[in-house]
Design a protein around this ligand. Sequence first.
Ligand code: FCB
Length: 456
Amino acid sequence: MTNCKFPKKFIWGAAAASYQIEGAWKADGKGESIWDRFSHTPGKIARGETGDVACDHYHKYKEDVELIKQIGLHAYRLSVSWPRIFPNGAGKVNPKGLDFYDRLIDELLKNDITPFVTLYHWDLPQKLEDKGGWRNKATSYAFADYAKEFTKHFSDRVTHWMTQNEMICASDAGYKKGSQAPGAKEDVKTVNQVRHNLMLAHGLGVLAIRANTKKKCEVGLAHNSGLMIPKTKSKKDLAALKLAYEDSRNWDSNGWWLEPIFNGSYPTQAWENYGKNVPAITPKEMKIISTPIDFYGLNVYFGELVEGFYKDGKLNYREAPYPKNHPKTSMDWDINTECTYYGIKFISENYKVKKFYITENGAAFNDVVSKDGRVHDKVRVKFLKSHVASAHRLFKDGINLAGYFVWSLMDNYEWAFGYDKRFGLIYVDYKNNQKRILKDSALWYKEVIKNNAVKI
Ligand code: FCB
């Protein structure tokens, strides 16, 4: 058995997002979000489930913070519901919306838990969507105002900020495939504009937070880059992986986002390929988007296998399918925990990243409450343990990984899949008065945090 020890100040946390846990969708003056609208539209969500009540975290936040404390988490990554703060997306602030986050953040701090705050985890005010939503640059500027107001109010207590979560889901699932809110299916040019406007909002958000913070803080984002893993450790596959990652600097899944954020321009090849479908941009916007960030947060779930092959004496790469019987999570995602190591290594080799966090990592399995009243989620423990060990490898390469957040703190509303995909460290019994049960994975994680180490 090896004991993987983590650096002294390593941050162990867990994450969740407003729409997925809060419920209280109309409480205290909250405006409608695109997720309220989408989930109430027949046929969009499995079993017609909505986030109207979710985990009722809005009312149960004290109990939830108590559980966070019990697990021993150093930090909790939460997101803010924009329409709680600005019911109309812009204009007048709703003081009761601020009050909720005051209560939650104060409760966290009282218990020595550091809040990591994400400003946008997909619940856009519907009022802004009615005016065009992310298709319009006006929404990016509305986001900047929201970031400013929120920072002014909370930066005496919040010092870790993320602007956006997984922009590619907000754009492509939301405005291209239509599988997530607002459920639009736009043409290529519009989708590219949505992507650009999300990035612009990110950049404006970074500037707004820095300009209005009362305390020294760190600002970044949480993103899901496309991750790849070598099929074998042969020289050929490792060299092929390098080629694939280099090429991915032109792909939608990687370079389309990373190049503007880190290098201030869209990848040349990809830009040319899009031809007349490129978004409308200005040099000033590119400068805003590439405002240096303090950290890059990577959400890690799965990766594709890559293998090398020779053609005309030249090394090439291709995706290698996982075998049919390869283990999967209940999301049908192939399990391969090495994506944590190879994914972050790639980003760190190609972009100047000062600091990384793993802002999400976890898996849905079909958890059940056993006769003893506990949830013995052995497979999740195995999954998380192996990812944490994969993350540990990064230290040998001198990479500054500063923290790790499990997705998720508790079972919650998994977007269009509804409630049956359980990702939590805490089991939520939705039918039994929202009872919370610490799963075995939570108890395992408690030990990891206590020892600042994982045994594999
Ligand atoms: C990520 C999302 C998060 C959750 C997990 C499973 O893409 O950021 O809200 O749904 O996937």
